[in-house]
Design a protein around this ligand. Structure first.
Ligand SMILES: CC(C)(COP(=O)(O)OP(=O)(O)OC[C@H]1O[C@@H](n2cnc3c(N)ncnc32)[C@H](O)[C@@H]1OP(=O)(O)O)[C@@H](O)C(=O)NCCC(=O)NCCS
Length: 169
């Protein structure tokens, strides 16, 4: 398995992996995450440095993306979706993608990344409840599911987090 940045020609494979990972009862129904990704790729908040693939040979088996949101005037990344092809799950691919995007964020000297996700999964990557750090979601009902991974607490902004427009929140 190897990791590299996503490029335009990878998009169809990324949609396929995301579709498979998020598929519900009816695999013919396209999960919302696929159209979200399509909009994220097309919006000004997309940054190819933070769209990362896992590959088995030439086959895309996983993808993670973070896009630029804001806390007031301060740009801050919001992570998601993260998807691993079902047949490759439970082998550490998701963990490697998370590590890669964090390495990239640290290389760019970012203060932190937020996400909306399951604490049971994301805690292992150093995510903690964002509100305890003074970062508030647009929907207060997200509670402990709105999380932040802090890289530099001296630079971490506080206030309300506004996701990129395609998230619709
Ligand atoms: C969540 C996901 C990205 C994890 O990818 P992965 O490559 O299987 O992750 P890893 O192998 O690094 O870690 C697997 C561990 O994560 C944990 N885990 C996976 N999904 C979890 C969840 N929803 N809640 C809590 N823990 C979870 C399990 O403890 C698992 O351990 P196990 O293999 O012993 O069962 C993958 O399952 C996936 O694509 N799921 C569907 C889409 C999704 O829910 N994406 C995340 C929300 S944006």
């Amino acid at each position: 398995m190897h990791i590299r940045g996503e490029v335009f020609d990878d998009r169809a494979a990324v949609y396929a992996v995301t579709h498979a990972a998020f598929a519900g009862m009816d695999p013919m129904v396209e999960p919302d995450e696929v159209s979200l990704l399509q909009e994220l790729f097309d919006c000004e908040n997309y940054d190819p440095r933070f769209s990362i693939l896992a590959l088995d040979g030439t086959a895309v088996i996983g993808h993670v993306i973070a896009t630029w949101g804001r806390v007031g005037q301060e740009p801050m990344l919001g992570l998601g979706p993260l998807a691993v092809a079902p047949e490759y799950q439970h082998r550490g691919v998701g963990s490697i993608l998370m590590q890669s995007i964090h390495d990239q964020a640290e290389a760019e000297s970012l203060s932190g990344i937020v996400l909306l996700g399951t604490p049971a999964y994301y805690r292992r990557f150093g995510y903690e409840p964002a509100q305890a750090r003074g970062l508030h979601p647009s929907d207060p009902s997200w509670g402990e599911h709105f999380m932040v991974r802090v890289f530099d607490d001296r630079k971490l902004p506080t206030g309300h987090y506004q996701y990129a427009k395609p998230f619709g929140v």
